[in-house]
Design a protein around this ligand. Structure first.
Ligand SMILES: Cc1ncc(C[n+]2csc(CCOP(=O)(O)OP(=O)(O)O)c2C)c(N)n1
Ligand SMILES: CC(=O)[C@@H](O)[C@H](O)COP(=O)(O)O
Ligand SMILES: [Mg+2]
Length: 588
């Protein structure tokens, strides 16, 4: 038997019909609903718990979906999903064929704009607001809800700068909880703290940029939020509301340990305790191989610098930040700045490891080309989360790096096939390369327990024969090599396996040998099929008039949604089963 009000809400229309008394009990119910499901199914937790009252108030006051509501990043939108017709499907969140973990236009008319990467909401909402103006629609409101870490990004500033000289119906709500995934950084954070504490000496920045400024207001005071939003709804032009919230609100552990409860994995829904992690005898996560190796290298070499744009925990640069706080920098959500900062330091002979998730490096493409590669500055890019990342889905897969980097002159591109390879290429890179290098590795754990072996340099541009074979050669790049090895076992000596390692410079000597000895080649990569290893091998084979068959396996030319990595490898046709099927066909 259902009690309470949440089960009566199929859409914001139902929400708007609630009495004030009923509305009062909704935040606790919504929090409990989210906690119960995320505890079991996993996902982002803290951000959604922090905006429960704001979510209710927004849908109560604004006429969504006619009024456009955009959640920046979107990891805080679970309450929004549940109140907008997705309560009963919420337990499929982030599962294959289930709800996306982020707002998505194709999923609901209430998801005004697809998100996942941060700091896009102001530009998108402004675009919609200006479109309404052009259409003569003076009534519609456009709301961007953006966090304190996301608003510090360049893109958000570009949007603010433009919005301030328009009279567009735009409401920017700054959800200020003083933390991103890790604690927020930078001068803006300091300014916002001063505003909250009433000690800001400067003119209000947002008023100075021509916004009608309101706040700061307690984001957990629902009646207050309802009152202020009702006022704001009637005001035309650009408006700015500064809301103060607590990430993880309503779950004691999540409030106390906001970094860990950003996306805590499974936990006990009643006590809030995290499930014990049994990582004792597991191979390390690649991020930790990076994190521990850079510390080891930095101990021996004072010129080594580490840079992360807002992902100290996710990249494990936090280990270096603890030991060498002056040489390990979190620059906030600022991928473009991170790359050019690294270039500036490399120009001054610093050895810079710039660690960025593959998908977020897309933001800094011009900086890689113009500021790093064109000047041939030996920045060491470490691209974490390369390949298919799983439940975060299409916005977060590192599907494109091999292709988007492959066409850049001067750049060395390497994908280790295991943790030892990652460790050794990091060592090799800091010995001094004459070029920038991009090292890409996946989310999750490798397969080697004993990885902290003495460093050995890796010869640049040299691939490896893992095993010679009969008629078919598999040429692999990166950790997907394990799938190739697994697939080949059943075929014995018929199949040779090669770990090419470097996409650039390509080991053409090794390719010449392969062309001489084999009738058929399978290339395998966990990146898009267009422009990566398969394309490079295919181009070279064409140039050398290779007469055999080449089968290219990689992520197909479409966006891959969310699911477990195993499911997605299968979908993309790069699982060991898929490789095995291709081997069978070629051997017929
Ligand atoms: C371009 C980009 N870089 C990095 C990330 C990873 N990321 C996701 S959420 C987040 C922190 C967001 O913090 P904030 O805007 O304060 O929102 P909160 O989590 O506090 O709600 C980061 C760095 C991202 N999604 N997009
Ligand atoms: C919302 C967001 O972009 C991040 O929280 C992302 O989900 C982190 O992914 P990892 O779990 O791979 O660090
Ligand atoms: Mg925040």
């Amino acid at each position: 038997m259902f009690t309470g009000v949440l089960h009566t809400i199929q859409s914001p229309e139902d929400l708007r019909a609630l009495s004030p008394k009923q509305l009062e009990q909704l935040p606790a119910e919504l929090r409990r609903f989210i906690i119960d499901i995320v505890a079991v199914k996993e996902g982002h937790l803290g951000a959604s718990l922090g905006v429960i009252e704001l979510t209710i108030a927004l849908h109560y006051i604004f006429k969504t979906p006619e009024d456009r509501l955009i959640w920046d990043v979107g990891h805080q939108a679970y309450g929004h999903k549940i109140l907008t017709g997705r309560r009963d499907s919420f337990e499929t969140n982030r599962r294959l064929d289930g709800l996306s973990g982020f707002p998505k236009r194709s999923e609901s008319k209430y998801d005004a704009f697809g998100v996942g990467h941060s700091s896009t909401s102001i530009s998108a909402a402004l675009g919609m607001a200006l479109s309404a103006q052009i259409d003569g629609n003076d009534e519609r409101q456009h709301i961007a809800v953006i966090g304190d870490a996301s608003i510090a990004s360049g893109m958000a500033f570009e949007g603010l700068n433009h919005a301030g000289v328009t009279d567009a119906n735009l409401l920017i709500i700054l959800n200020d909880n003083a933390i991103g995934i890790d604690p927020s950084v930078g001068a803006l954070k300091r300014y916002l703290t001063n505003v909250k504490e009433g000690t800001a000496r400067e003119e209000n920045i947002f008023e100075a940029l021509n916004f009608n400024y309101f706040g700061p207001v307690d984001g957990h005071d629902l009646p207050k939020l309802l009152e202020i939003l009702a006022t704001l709804r009637k005001i035309k032009g650009p408006k700015f509301l500064h809301v103060i919230t607590t990430k993880g609100k309503g779950l004691a552990q999540a409030e106390a340990n906001q970094v860990q409860y950003h996306a805590p994995g499974k936990f006990n829904a009643t006590t809030g305790e995290l499930n014990p992690k049994h990582s004792v005898n597991l191979p390390p996560k690649y991020q930790d191989v990076f994190g521990h190796t850079i510390v080891e290298l930095a101990r021996a070499n004072r010129s080594i610098i580490g840079i992360t744009p807002a992902m100290p925990t996710g990249s494990s640069l936090k280990y270096m930040m603890e030991e060498f706080p002056d040489r390990a920098l979190d620059v906030g959500i600022a991928e473009q700045h991170a790359v050019t900062l690294a270039a500036g330091m490399a120009a001054e002979d610093k050895i810079v490891f710039c660690n960025i998730y593959s998908t977020f490096l897309q933001r800094a493409y011009d900086q890689i080309i113009h500021d790093v590669a064109l000047q041939n500055l030996p920045v060491i890019f470490c691209l974490d989360r390369a390949g298919l990342v799983g439940q975060d889905g299409a916005t977060h897969h590192g599907a494109f790096d091999l292709a988007y980097l492959n066409c850049i002159p001067n750049l060395i591109i390497y994908a280790p096939s295991d943790a030892i390879g990652l460790r050794n290429i990091m060592y090799t890179s800091q010995l001094g390369l004459n070029h920038p290098i991009a090292i890409r590795y996946p989310r999750g754990r490798g397969h080697i327990l004993d990885w902290q072996l003495p460093f050995r340099p890796i010869p640049i541009g040299k691939g490896k024969c893992i095993k010679a074979g009969g008629t078919i050669a598999i040429i692999s790049i990166g950790t997907v090599l394990q799938n190739a090895i697994e697939a080949s076992i059943a075929f014995g000596d018929q199949v040779g396996i090669y770990d090419i390692g470097f996409l650039k410079p390509l080991d053409t000597n090794l390719l010449d040998e392969i062309f001489d000895h084999y009738e058929a080649i399978i290339t395998i990569e966990d990146g898009t099929i267009l422009g990566g290893l398969g394309s490079s091998v295919g181009d070279y084979a064409f140039a050398k008039a290779f007469k055999g068959t080449i089968k290219k396996l990689g992520i197909p030319d479409k966006f891959i949604e969310h699911g477990t990595t195993e499911e997605l490898y299968e979908l993309a046709g790069i699982s060991s089963r898929a490789i095995s099927e291709n081997l069978k066909i070629l051997l017929q």
